[in-house]
Ligand binder design. Structure first.
Ligand code: DGL
Length: 216
């Protein structure tokens, strides 16, 4: 089966690479919108229009489309589900629910774009699952573009985030942007070993498996 994967940039390739290992029998077709990146500094309306335009090549070839972008999911997935009811869309959301409910964390850090952090979807998620938890949201507004352009080694200074995680005594760090999967290992090395990093692939793979089986 052909499965479509969309992200504004290289987050989609990273997600597809990880999913190919879990689902070697399926084909993952990746489309991005590098020209308009970063989505994370745009309005919800702009993100919705851009996402809808960018996924057009996927719609003709795939029944299942993974919006491998937290920012585009927050802004556009409801619109896409309504506009293309014959397709199944799987979104990416900051994994606040598993971070809080499965691990009983008292303080979490969410790394995400500004557009994700101010979206209604994210605020609702936080209200629902993290009402009794402190959520630290450091400024990552320049990260996606730097990662996209392979400049993260020299330019992204992880020290403020690592220090904040230590000083605030966070229990877990949620990767709420697929671009940040590119620096997951770096973060893991620099964060204290008792801070858990929550990444989204396992949850998305579970959902994808359910949908594939539903269609077969
Ligand atoms: N990879 C996208 C996400 O997961 C964001 C990148 C961007 O700002 O364009 O949110």
């Amino acid at each position: 089966m052909i499965i479509g994967v969309f992200d504004s940039g290289k987050g989609g390739k990273i997600v597809a690479e990880r999913l190919r290992k879990i689902f070697p029998e399926h084909q993952f077709l990746v489309v991005d919108d590098h020209k308009h990146l970063p989505y994370g500094n745009k309005t919800a309306k702009e993100i919705t229009e851009l996402t809808s335009a960018a996924i057009q090549p996927l719609l003709t070839q795939a029944k299942i489309i993974i919006i491998a972008c937290n920012t585009a999911t927050a802004a556009a997935i409801d619109y896409l589900r309504e506009k293309y009811p014959k397709h199944q869309f799987i979104g990416f959301e900051p994994a606040i629910k598993p971070a809080v409910s499965e691990t009983k964390a008292a303080k979490i850090m969410v790394l995400a774009t500004p557009a994700t952090l101010k979206s209604t979807k994210y605020l609702t998620l936080k209200k629902r699952f993290a009402a009794d938890v402190t959520v630290v949201e450091p400024d990552c507004s320049t990260w996606a573009e730097k990662i996209e352009n392979d400049k993260f080694d020299e330019i992204i200074d992880l020290a403020p985030v690592i220090n904040a995680a230590r000083c605030e005594k966070v229990d877990e760090v949620v990767l709420g942007c697929t671009h940040y999967l590119a620096i997951e290992n770096d973060l893991r090395k620099k964060l204290s070993p008792n801070i858990k990093i929550i990444e989204p692939i396992a949850a998305v793979a579970r959902r994808l498996d359910e949908i594939i089986h539903g269609l077969c």
